[in-house]
Design a protein around this ligand. Structure first.
Ligand code: COA
Length: 164
């Protein structure tokens, strides 16, 4: 059974492992070197009730996480957040990413955020489709802003504005 719940600091090693899998094997994140749990502790601590981290747990295994992170420390951006979602290799394509995104977007809505941004590498059509189906629109494309695995990469910016 799939349980989606708020992350605790005890989840951080599993969250970091899933992130590092994506760092090393995908261009979904533009980090190139794996992160230590210590490095990710400051990321974890930068989240709060308005900026949740949720985890998906199946049969005692943490199989994915999603977060809403501050877009900027400049206060006029306070109601804007950036979404991230990562599913453990071997558990993708089974609906968990969609459920985690729905859950974390609902939390952002309850917390009174106004808009959610997402940066998605060109070619990650699964993620782009998923965002489109959850109400994200296309803002634009930043051309050739990244280089990973020897390829220059474009980044799509997508945005959801909560309707209230
Ligand atoms: C992108 C990611 C988060 C999606 O999560 P997931 O659990 O694999 O996706 P889901 O099973 O919930 O599927 C969501 C949608 O993706 C699409 N999709 C799923 N599997 C797919 C596949 N094999 N090929 C193409 N599209 C696919 C479908 O449109 C699906 O929508 P549906 O619910 O209408 O069928 C996940 O694959 C992942 O962690 N990828 C690596 C890291 C990453 O890209 N993170 C996002 C950074 S922006």
């Amino acid at each position: 059974m799939l349980d989606i719940r708020q992350a605790t600091i005890d989840d951080l090693p599993d969250i970091t492992n899933i992130y590092n899998e994506a760092v090393l094997t995908t261009d979904a994140t533009f980090d190139i070197d794996p992160k230590t749990v210590e490095e990710r502790t400051s990321w974890f601590n930068a989240h709060d009730a308005r900026h949740p981290i949720l985890v998906a747990v199946e049969n005692n295994t943490l199989i994915g996480w999603a977060s809403l992170s501050k877009w900027s420390d400049r206060l006029a951006y306070a109601d804007t957040a950036e979404i991230s979602v990562y599913i453990k290799d071997g558990f993708r394509g089974k609906g968990t990413g969609r459920k985690l995104m729905e859950a974390v977007l609902a939390k952002g809505n309850e917390a009174g955020l106004h808009t959610i941004l997402s940066r998605i590498v060109a070619g990650n059509s699964q993620s782009i489709k998923l965002h489109e189906s959850l109400g994200f629109g296309h803002v634009g494309i930043m051309r050739e802003v990244g280089r990973k695995f020897g390829r220059l990469l474009d980044v799509y910016i997508m945005q959801k504005i909560y309707l209230r």
